[in-house]
Design a protein. Structure first.
Length: 199
């Protein structure tokens, strides 16, 4: 308002409005919520990390489903991408001040750190199992990697939950495909609780 009083000339007024708008644009992402240019670097960074995990997940799923040719190094790289972006790295990407719009990260994250961190760690543990499985399968997906190897596929998610509760030693014995499915459940579990549906 002060600007109008000290700038009676219409050209100066217009210029000052332009400057004022420019300052507003710098201060807040309000004018175009969701546009990448307006997001803080930290939010952009973690969204990129999430996208990298999603792409890596598609690669692994494609190989398990036979839609992509199995390639041990590429399979392992994809698992390592998820491992590197989950766990401690993921936990560090969501400080309290970065939560809420325009990010899709909910404020609840800061009220439920233990739960949030546990999900981030579980994704990393499963990704490690998937990564390790590629070392023992240089030429193709082995029967040991398959869902249901060593256990009944029926009720596998219940079995899976018991395994997780029992600790990581048990996770390491899971067939990679089973670990992959349990991992995706943890991605979804975190999104269901801690991510705003803005898309
Ligand atoms: C511990 C919680 C947590 C886990 C685990 C998690 N995510 Fe996310 N994810 C989030 C949150 C929170 C957001 C919203 C981030 C934001 O907008 O700032 C998000 C956003 C995303 C997005 C959207 C990114 C964008 O462009 O806006 C994708 C895709 C995604 N996650 C994929 C995954 C995949 C795949 C996994 C598992 C391999 C995973 N996430 C695991 C919490 C998690």
């Amino acid at each position: 308002m002060r600007i109008w009083i000290i700038a009676p000339g219409s050209r100066a007024k217009r210029l000052r409005i332009v400057i004022l708008l420019a300052v507003c644009a710098m201060l807040g992402p309000v004018p175009s919520i969701g546009s990448d240019n307006t997001l803080p670097d930290m939010v952009k960074g973690r969204q990129e990390a999430m996208k990298a995990m999603a792409n890596a997940g598609k690669t692994i799923a494609g190989m398990f489903e036979g839609k992509l040719p199995y390639d041990a190094p590429a399979f392992k790289r994809a698992a390592e991408t998820i491992r590197a972006h989950s766990g401690a790295a993921l936990m560090a990407e969501f400080p309290a001040a970065s939560l809420g719009p325009p990010s899709a990260a909910k404020h609840e994250i800061d009220q439920s750190r233990d739960e949030f961190d546990a999900l981030a760690r579980k994704v990393a543990s499963f990704a490690s199992v998937i990564s390790a499985s590629a070392d023992k399968a240089p030429d193709g997906i082995t029967p040991e990697m398959r869902m249901g190897a060593g256990m009944s596929t029926m009720g596998s998610s219940l079995l899976g939950k018991r395994k997780i509760a029992a600790g990581e030693e048990d996770i390491s014995k899971l067939p990679a495909e089973h670990a992959f499915h349990l991992m995706l459940q943890d991605c979804s579990a975190c999104h269901a609780k801690f991510r705003e549906k803005i898309q």
